[in-house]
Ligand binder design. Structure first.
Ligand SMILES: Nc1ncnc2c1ncn2[C@@H]1O[C@H](COP(=O)(O)OP(=O)(O)OP(=O)(O)O)[C@@H](O)[C@H]1O
Ligand SMILES: [Mg+2]
Length: 242
């Protein structure tokens, strides 16, 4: 487990244990369906996500996980039904969503550190030192500090996934939508990734929507599981259902 006593600034966030709601609804899906030619990827999804939740979207390959994440992030519009995203809810304006897609979208010719430095934004950090401090803290927790000089296209899949997640968190999002961010990681490293999400959830109020195949591993994590089966949302809850 990670030492949560870090230098990250604390935001006003929801009360209660990490990963639970309390910040009010930020996403609504009402009877959402998505049709691709012959395939109905999502079928009549009813879903509310509250600010500050940690959500795991599970389901077999082809169940509709990626399509649901794309609908939430606005990359995909529903064929029918309605989705209300954070900035359409008047009281919740200016919430920033960061996406980590399955293909990661890193810059292969650049080093891990250079890829991370692209996340620096003078509008959200006091100065570069503060950014570098956060970057080193995240890299320390994920155990990649000594590999930052490696070029991305020479890094293994696990390192690339960690860089993509760190880059995303360094933009200080309110909501992180991550599609299989740990598919190349073993259970120990997946746990570290969860520790990082938990840390940002507790300290900065980060809402996390995380798609994963790995039902077994997340059984020990705190958060809500949304299970999809052939495009249908068949389970939503904190208890383990299998
Ligand atoms: N752009 C597309 N055009 C046509 N069919 C699509 C498209 N995107 C997804 N599908 C189909 O929709 C269904 C759901 O796909 P989706 O990628 O959401 O599943 P998934 O749960 O993310 O799967 P995986 O675990 O393999 O990533 C699948 O049958 C897939 O083939
Ligand atoms: Mg997918």
């Amino acid at each position: 487990m990670v030492n949560l006593n870090t230098s990250l600034n604390q935001k006003n966030v929801s009360k209660g244990p990490p990963g639970t709601s309390g910040g009010g609804p930020i996403f609504y899906c009402e009877d959402v369906s998505v049709q691709f030619d012959e395939t109905r990827a999502l079928k009549n999804i009813q879903l509310t996500i509250e600010r500050g939740e940690i959500i795991f979207v599970t389901g077999a390959s082809g169940a509709g996980k990626t399509t649901l994440l794309k609908v939430l992030s606005g990359v995909q519009e529903p064929t029918s039904g309605k989705v209300i995203r954070p900035n359409a809810i008047s009281a919740k304006k200016n919430l920033y969503i960061s996406n980590v897609f399955q293909d990661l979208r890193l810059m292969g010719r650049y080093t891990c550190e250079e890829n991370l430095m692209f996340a620096y934004d003078s509008a959200i950090y006091k100065d570069k030192n503060e950014f570098v401090q956060d970057m080193h803290e995240l890299c320390r927790i994920l155990g990649i500090k000594d590999r930052l000089n490696l070029k991305i296209n020479l890094a293994n899949g696990g390192l690339q996934q960690k860089v993509a997640i760190v880059r995303s968190l360094l933009t200080r999002p309110d909501i992180l939508i991550a599609d299989e961010p740990t598919s190349s990681l073993d259970s120990d490293n997946t746990r570290r990734m969860f520790d990082v999400f938990n840390l940002y959830n507790a300290k900065r109020g980060l809402t996390v929507v995380w798609a994963t195949h790995n039902k077994e591993l997340i059984k020990s994590f705190t958060g809500r599981i949304i299970h999809l089966d052939n495009g249908r949302l068949v389970y939503s809850g904190h208890a383990c259902f299998i």
